[in-house]
Design a protein around this ligand. Structure first.
Ligand code: BTN
Length: 274
């Protein structure tokens, strides 16, 4: 894996790497911002985003996750010391015109997992997990700009687990350096960008179908007991062709598609192996 790349953000290399999947991608790097997603959405809403744009930040002061949650990164690392950054946080603003938008976060998750490491699993709908801990999250927002729809695809990848007691957090975090000890934020960005752009174009042309087999192979929830945020319990049975999560409940099979529903693995019974 070629994720070692110390030094300043390699903006030209990133632009070159993006050429095949997204000619003309504009790459911007900032030391600090509230949130890369918030910034790109502000630009779209102001009619000012010249898509396509990649915005990467060394630090976010108000990083956002799904369902209104905060996205917190941090730990050791000095401003400007890119080799020591504890996380990669970036957003991509691109015009997309898929026939069906459902399953986009799954396709993005598959592309990232494929690009990063065979050991990574996917937790519906938008997380990458490593050895039972959350490694990365995806936040996709869309807005209309003229006659086109812009997708802002925000990705946060922990290189080091964020501070805090992992055993008391509701979702314990993982860090990519556990798998790739020498990886750096610029190196990981260079590694994931071309496959991510290729996946977006493929999703636009063919939908979720080309990603389903890989999703299934990495599906963390498959045949697991799960609890939905509305309290419903059941057993996850994979995803349907549109990316909905199939959950077998006492009332029969339910397809979970709402972005307002979250899913967590049910607690293991006492005495079960960890
Ligand atoms: C989640 O797991 O709930 C999604 C987390 C998404 C975090 C990324 S970091 C870059 C971009 N900017 C944000 O404020 N959020 C996304």
């Amino acid at each position: 894996m070629g994720a070692l790349l110390p030094g300043p953000w390699p903006l030209e290399l990133l632009q070159e790497a993006a050429q095949a999947g997204c000619p003309g991608l504009r790459v911007e790097a900032v030391a600090q911002i509230d949130s890369t997603n918030t910034e790109l959405m502000r630009r779209v809403r102001a009619g000012a985003l010249p898509p396509p744009t990649l915005l990467v930040a060394e630090r976010q002061t108000a990083g956002r996750g799904r369902l209104g949650r905060a996205w917190i990164t941090g730990g050791p690392g000095q401003p400007g010391d890119l080799a020591a950054l504890p996380a990669l946080t970036f957003s991509l603003g691109v015009v997309l015109a898929p026939r069906d938008w459902s399953g986009l976060s799954l396709a993005v998750g598959v592309a990232l997992a494929r690009a990063l490491h065979p050991a990574l699993q996917l937790k519906w709908p938008n997380d990458l997990w490593l050895q039972g801990r959350k490694l990365a999250g995806i936040l996709i927002e869309t807005a209309q700009l003229g006659g086109q729809r812009v997708a802002v695809i925000g990705i946060g990848i922990n290189l080091e687990p964020p501070p805090g007691d992992p055993d008391t957090l509701s979702v314990p975090p993982a860090g990519l350096r556990a798998l790739l000890p020498a990886c750096t934020a610029p190196g990981v960005l260079l590694q994931v960008l071309p496959p991510l752009l290729a996946a977006l174009r493929r999703f636009e042309a063919e939908g979720l179908a080309p990603f389903l087999a890989d999703y299934q192979a990495r599906d963390l929830l498959h045949r697991q007991a799960v609890v939905l945020s509305d309290g419903t319990q059941g057993t996850a049975q994979g995803i349907d062709a549109g990316g909905g999560l199939l959950v077998h409940t006492s009332a029969g099979m339910r397809t979970i598609t709402s972005s307002e529903v979250s899913v967590r693995p049910a607690a293991a019974p006492p005495g079960a192996p960890a």
